[in-house]
Design a binder for this molecule. Sequence first.
Ligand code: SF4
Ligand code: SF4
Length: 111
Amino acid sequence: MPETLNVETKKIKSGSTPDLAPEQKILDEWEQRCHRCGLCCFEKGIDGKGRIIETEVPCRHLDIHTRLCRVYKNRQQIESDCIKLTPEIISQLKWLPKSCAYHKKSEDTGS
Ligand code: SF4
Ligand code: SF4
C-alpha cells in the first residue's frame, strides 16, 4: 500500500507522529492504571473456608526490588499460570489485592 506508506513518511518527516490506533490507546491507558506494586505476582492459596490467603512467595519472574516482571512482554508464553488482566475478567478475580488499581476501578464503576 504505497499511498499509506507515503502519508506515514510525510507525517514523520514533518515532525508529527501518526495517531495510535484507538485500540492501542485504550490498551495503553489500561496498562498505565497499574501501580506496579507487584502484589498480584505473589502466590495465593485458599483456606478450608474458601478464603484467599496471600503468601510472601513471589513468582519466579518478579524482581522483588523493582516489583516489575522480568519477562513482561512474553509472560503468557513463559509462565503458564500468569493471567493477563483485562476489563472483562477483573470482577471475577477474587484473589486480586483490594488495593489493586484495576480492582478499585472495577468497584468504582461497577463494571
Ligand atoms: S510472569 Fe506474570 S505473575 Fe510472574 S511476575 Fe510476570 S506478570 Fe507477575
Ligand atoms: S496488584 Fe494491580 S496495581 Fe498492583 S501490580 Fe498487580 S495489577 Fe498492578
